[in-house]
Ligand binder design. Sequence first.
Ligand SMILES: *[C@@H]1O[C@H](CO)[C@@H](O)[C@H](O)[C@H]1NC(C)=O
Ligand SMILES: *[C@@H]1O[C@H](CO)[C@@H](O)[C@H](O)[C@H]1NC(C)=O
Ligand SMILES: *[C@@H]1O[C@H](CO)[C@@H](O)[C@H](O)[C@H]1NC(C)=O
Length: 340
Amino acid sequence: MKSLILVFCLAQLWGCHAVSPPMIGLLYREVNCDDPESEQAAMVAMDYLNKNLFRGYKHALNRIEKVKVWPRRPFGEVFEMELDTLETTCHALDPTPAANCSVRPLVEHAVEGDCDFRVLKQAGQFTVLSVKCDSSPDSREDLKKMCPDCPVLAPLNHTKVVHAADAALKAFNTQTNGSYFQLVELTRANIGYLSRTTYVEFAMAATDCAAQEVTDPTKCNLLAEKQYGFCKGTVTEIPRQEKVSVTCTVFPPQTQPDNSPVASPPPATLLAAPEALGPLPPLPANRAHHDLRYFLMGTASVESASGEAGKAPSVVQPSVPVAAGPVVHPCPGRYRHFKV
Ligand SMILES: *[C@@H]1O[C@H](CO)[C@@H](O)[C@H](O)[C@H]1NC(C)=O
Ligand SMILES: *[C@@H]1O[C@H](CO)[C@@H](O)[C@H](O)[C@H]1NC(C)=O
Ligand SMILES: *[C@@H]1O[C@H](CO)[C@@H](O)[C@H](O)[C@H]1NC(C)=O
């Protein structure tokens, strides 16, 4: 008797599944993750991500994980995509195009990003509608397994890290004949070789003081025409003293008035807060990397602008799931760099 009931229930469930998709309109189109159309949408999405980052590092596409293409009323299609990204070596304020930035290798403790995008395709043009990202460093265990001597990312508020950034910036300001530069943010650090060597990467911004004449740095103000730089510094402790080395790149001044917050934490309203996400927890002082979820500004609001304007009758295109030949796992797509 029991088994009969079970069979009956299964039949009901099966019935429900077979009927429900058309009824609630699950009419998305499946697209291969490595299809040129998916790649085009992903490129537009990555471009959007890098243009809207104001802290941390630019990211590169590593893999298209999922794509669903939904019809949109009255016109167009919405690509709902999940993208895996990797941190590059270019700071967000670096004008180098993201395509020219190299991906941070695993041995430097790689950071992986995970992004959900909605990208509108209309009249052959792609526009980002919304984005939600977060990121995390490769696990310590995995890094140590692959490379036992590789230093792991250090907390950015570690005393040695903060000191190394100060010392490196001071060394830069001592050697330069130009503006006095202020710290914008520490972006990466590690403490290596018997804890005696601290490596830091940080962004800096030019002030209206001359580096060689500054007496009270607190009286220096950032230039109206923002000028940023990015540095890599190493501080090595040797008995009774330390050796400081630093190399910096100063970027051309930004002639456009820019709205990227500098030298102070970004106001809460600038942080990405998509409806579903709710308020973000405070930025932890002991973070070791720049989590994308704190530094990707807002969501695009193209949807309401173009979507509601034309009150054309909403005809959903009869989109049928593509079934050309045997479909063999169209997603996730290939890795462009490496698996983290
Ligand atoms: C980026 O790479 C392209 C192609 O390799 C090159 O032509 C271009 O000069 C590079 N741009 C920068 C800013 O490095
Ligand atoms: C700063 O100026 C001095 C004297 O003019 C010059 O010798 C030195 O090379 C300059 N330093 C830099 C970093 O340009
Ligand atoms: C770093 O931040 C964490 C979390 O806020 C805090 O507990 C810790 O004391 C800080 N460390 C230093 C050296 O300031």
